[in-house]
Write a protein that binds this ligand. Sequence first.
Ligand code: ADP
Ligand code: CDP
Length: 212
Amino acid sequence: MGFSHRMSFTIAIDGPAASGKGTISRAVARHFGFEHLDTGLLYRAVGQRMLEGMDPVEAAQALRAEDLDPETLRTAEAAQAASKVAAIPDVRAALLDFQRAFARRAGGAVLDGRDIGTVICPEAEAKLFVTASAEVRADRRWRELVAAGFDTRFDDVLADVHERDRRDMGRSDAPLREAEDSTRIDTSRLTVDEAIAAAIAAVNLARAQIGG
Ligand SMILES: Nc1ncnc2c1ncn2[C@@H]1O[C@H](COP(=O)(O)OP(=O)(O)O)[C@@H](O)[C@H]1O
Ligand SMILES: Nc1ccn([C@@H]2O[C@H](COP(=O)(O)OP(=O)(O)O)[C@@H](O)[C@H]2O)c(=O)n1
């Protein structure tokens, strides 16, 4: 792909719940041979610990990479708890260094979350903002949960999406917002392959613009 293995190149991918960030990030990372970090898992893991009775700030400080098991953290309860602990500044502060170090790892990194392009890595070489209508996002998440065996109602998933959007956009510390220099990809009417192609094209454009 023309990337030097010693060079760091950060791709920041932000957006609201179930917009397709994770799917796009994994494919973009594979395409460019970069490592990927789903930063939502950090907050989900801390949220899960809070549900188990642990203090969220202590949980964030004690978090280890091996705690980030996507399988056990994909529940709606962990997502709701994540968006609550994510509003606590000391929780966010405890997770900062790990994310920044990952972003600047040699060989290139893709991070997806809510504040990657605005707070974690404002100097990222490429920034994408992935979005879709709340109804489309809730429908995707509902289908995923049903496929995973959860007995969930669409209306409850839609309410969850609205509530998390409100909390994520409304908090004072690192709220979800589109960075001014990001490329917006609205996936509402795109297939997964089209969304991935749009993301790869945007990264290639950013790379050409910085002469990388
Ligand atoms: N155009 C699209 N782009 C990305 N994901 C899509 C698209 N259409 C459907 N999906 C599906 O939406 C679901 C949610 O995607 P995911 O990557 O988990 O979102 P996020 O990481 O933003 O929560 C996945 O099941 C994915 O396959
Ligand atoms: N960089 C990030 C990533 C996630 N989060 C929080 O963690 C929650 C779960 O994030 P996620 O990315 O796993 O959620 P989905 O978009 O996959 O549903 C979000 O609702 C945010 O409150 C955050 O505050 N900052």
